[in-house]
Write a protein that binds this ligand. Structure first.
Ligand SMILES: CC(C)(COP(=O)(O)OP(=O)(O)OC[C@H]1O[C@@H](n2cnc3c(N)ncnc32)[C@H](O)[C@@H]1OP(=O)(O)O)[C@@H](O)C(=O)NCCC(=O)NCCS
Length: 398
């Protein structure tokens, strides 16, 4: 029997449940985010990124020996295939890091010995390679575009610390490495967000994991999704030069909202009170901007948050508060991460959620999911009756 038509036009599928998932859960009214049953605050305080990745991929926290094996597998897979580095050398140096990252994903597929094997075990091995190599690709491009040689991974460094080393050429302090690792935990998964849905939609056709991930990277690059953190940081850097006093923020916010502008890093499709990740990042931003000698970044952000909420509420737009991208830019900038590497950093973490969702999609690990996503659209284009429009030869076209 044909499925009953449900019209949800102009909603961007908000509020429409398209599948079951066991991976993560959001309660947008109460600011709750859960990965595989664990509250994000609990994982932020007690877990590490790779342990969280194991949890997302396998559904349970690892035993000591499982975690050690998993960390060793990721460490072993860090090296990028040489032909990818050689290709990057030929890319135009101005290419956006997200475009290079998206281009790298099918190249990683070419190098994967398991590509033709679509078993669950092979997909987990592919996920491990992706999780290990996406950071290496981001770091390598950053160095190549600056005329520097990519750095070899350092096996003595953790996943988070090694990325910062390969990116900047400097070994981070234990504190910075721990903070960065925590940022990765916070961004690892977020239910059916735009990029994850893109990944799942693509692999629902039986396409391989790399095809799904390439779609996810593309979706994440947009300013309404992962690109927002860069835009927030650019906004702060601009305000720093244009508004010498933090007191000038209030009229700036009012003018912006009156003019129909978007305050990047505020508002969320699901969270309608607060984003629990934002709370943790706010505190980190306060601490790190001060240490980095840029306390003003934090002051601007806090003031924009306060004034933004005030102005939105005055216009009857309640429930708009800061999201994960609002404070993360200042955190990354304080760690020396360049602005246009901030969205790729999001990808370095979210690759874990994408892979978990792709595996769930491929192996129907949650009970209910469609075989293939295939929504309808209402045709509102040209219509010339049942027989269709008459094809005019070129000479007869007006
Ligand atoms: C994320 C986003 C697309 C969600 O949009 P949404 O689901 O339509 O959000 P809401 O339904 O709560 O929006 C209610 C109203 O507030 C407006 N609004 C929401 N966030 C806003 C923002 N950051 N700046 C200005 N206006 C905003 C919407 O345009 C809408 O206005 P309207 O009723 O006049 O059409 C939106 O909040 C946004 O563009 N934020 C900035 C980009 C960003 O930070 N993205 C990262 C998300 S993690």
């Amino acid at each position: 029997m044909a499925a009953e038509m449900v019209r949800v036009k102009n909603t961007g599928l908000r509020g429409v449940t398209v599948a079951d998932t066991k991976i993560s859960y959001i309660d947008g009214e109460n600011g709750v985010l859960i990965y595989r049953g664990y509250r994000i605050e609990e994982l932020a305080e007690r877990s590490t990124f790779l342990e969280t990745v194991f949890l997302l991929l396998n559904g349970h926290l690892p035993k000591e020996v499982e975690l050690a094996r998993f960390e060793a597998q990721v460490l072993e897979a860090r090296e990028l295939p040489g032909f990818i580095l050689e290709s990057m050398e030929k890319f135009p140096k101005r290419t956006d890091p997200m475009d290079v990252l998206q281009a790298s994903v099918p190249m990683l597929a070419m190098a994967d010995p398991d590509l033709a094997d679509d078993s669950r075990e092979a997909n987990v091995r592919k996920a491990v390679r992706l999780i290990a190599r996406i950071p290496a690709a981001v770091a390598a491009w950053h160095r190549i575009r600056n005329g520097e040689k990519p750095l070899a991974p350092d096996s003595a460094l953790s996943h988070a610390a090694n990325f910062l080393w390969q990116l900047t050429g400097q070994k981070p302090t234990a504190e910075v490495a721990r903070d960065f690792d925590l940022c990765l935990v916070l961004h690892a998964d977020h239910t059916f967000n735009a990029s994850t849905f893109a990944c799942r939609e693509v692999v629902s056709t039986n396409a391989h994991i790399y095809a799904g991930v390439a779609a996810g990277v593309g979706a994440l690059s947009g300013s309404l999704h992962g690109g927002a953190n860069e835009r927030v940081m650019k906004m702060i850097l601009q305000l720093e030069t244009e508004l010498p006093s933090v007191e000038d923020v209030a009229p700036w916010v009012k003018k912006m909202i009156d003019g129909g502008g978007i305050i990047m890093g505020m508002g969320h499709a699901v969270y309608k009170t607060f984003d629990p990740r934002g709370k943790i990042l706010k505190e980190m931003s306060r601490r790190l901007t001060q240490k980095a000698g840029h306390p003003k970044w934090y002051e601007y952000l806090v003031r924009i948050e306060q004034e933004g909420i005030k102005e939105f509420t005055a216009r009857g737009k309640t429930g708009i508060s800061t999201n994960v991208d609002f404070y993360s830019g200042s955190v990354y900038a304080s760690m020396g991460i360049p602005v246009d590497i901030m969205t790729p950093v999001f990808a370095i973490s979210r690759i874990s959620g994408w892979c978990a969702h792709i595996i769930e999609e491929k192996f129907a690990e949650a009970q209910d999911k469609p075989a293939l996503y295939r929504p309808e659209a209402e045709y509102v284009g040209n219509y010339c009756g049942e027989m269709g429009c008459v094809y005019q030869p070129m000479s007869a076209r007006g």
